[in-house]
Design a protein around this ligand. Structure first.
Ligand SMILES: Nc1ncnc2c1ncn2[C@@H]1O[C@H](COP(=O)(O)OP(=O)(O)OP(=O)(O)O)[C@@H](O)[C@H]1O
Ligand SMILES: [Mg+2]
Length: 259
């Protein structure tokens, strides 16, 4: 069974074909890696999934639902959460406040009960705060819960964004370079965390990463894009040794980026 199924996805920007006829499947309870050199089209694919870009052609199905027709603001309630390559956090708000935004749709009470701060609104607020604390604890962020986000290290900001995505209890997580800026220890911890999301919460993950040890260590399946086209896919070890993939990365660090 697949959670996400993409068929023939194409996205053009003027004359540039950023994605060319891409097929991609994310099975239930799996981690699928999406790799490729800079400008390959990885973020564009995620942006098409989350409704930020409209595909020029193609179908995107999430559990049978047509994502192309689904407005971005409905995704969280449907079970799709994402993080961004360039963080999208409220820098002047605390970690807890940022994460609280992620469970907005789950604990929304009616406008009237909010206005009068009735029992149901208070109960909803209490529940939401409990969930946030649980998620902060799971991600090791309780110590910085009341710190303003812009005062945190980049790694902790990335983790905050992850907590905000997770608190909405997604079925599918779309992660755009979650390990960017992380040192090898942090990256390893992040890998363990993503693996636990799959194993303990049954979350499926589409993971964009340049950190190859992370990708090769945790992904069940890897898809490689280059210049908007899918050039290879398969098990991590096979993909890392595929001549087409090595060739695509040659322009980068002589192919060393893969190992
Ligand atoms: N809004 C846009 N308008 C015009 N061109 C765009 C736009 N967004 C992306 N592109 C182009 O599409 C191509 C793919 O970009 P994308 O950001 O998807 O690459 P990427 O694989 O995520 O790269 P990186 O690893 O550097 O993040 C690039 O050539 C980029 O310049
Ligand atoms: Mg990108």
């Amino acid at each position: 069974m697949s959670v996400l199924s993409i068929q023939g996805l194409t996205r053009r920007f003027g004359g540039l074909v950023a994605l060319n006829d891409i097929d991609l499947t994310v099975p239930e309870r799996s981690i699928v890696g999406l790799i490729g050199p800079n400008g390959a089209g990885k973020s564009t694919l995620l942006n098409c999934l989350s409704g930020i870009y409209r595909p020029s052609a193609g179908k995107i199905s999430f559990g049978g639902l047509d994502l192309v027709q689904t407005p971005t603001h409905r995704l969280a309630s449907l079970g799709v959460a994402r993080t961004f390559q360039n963080l999208e956090l409220f820098g002047d708000a605390t970690v807890r406040e940022n994460v609280l935004v992620g469970c907005d749709y789950r604990f929304r009470s009616s406008l009237l009960s909010d206005l009068f701060a009735g029992p149901s609104a208070r109960r909803a607020a209490r529940e939401a705060n409990k969930e946030v604390d649980r998620e902060l604890a799971a991600l090791g962020l309780l110590d910085v819960a009341d710190t303003v986000v812009k005062d945190l290290s980049y790694g902790l900001q990335k983790r905050t964004e992850l907590a905000r995505a997770l608190v909405g209890k997604p079925k599918l997580m779309l992660l755009d370079e979650p390990a960017a800026g992380a040192n090898p220890t942090e990256s390893h911890e992040l890998g363990e965390l993503i693996r636990r999301l799959r194993d303990e919460r049954g979350v499926s993950v589409l993971l964009i990463e340049h950190d190859m040890p992370l990708v090769m260590g945790i992904c069940d399946h890897v898809v490689v894009l280059d210049h908007g086209a899918k050039i290879c896919e398969g098990e991590p070890a096979a993909v890392a040794n595929d001549p087409r993939v090595v060739e695509a990365y040659l322009g980068e660090e002589g192919g060393d980026a893969l190992h």
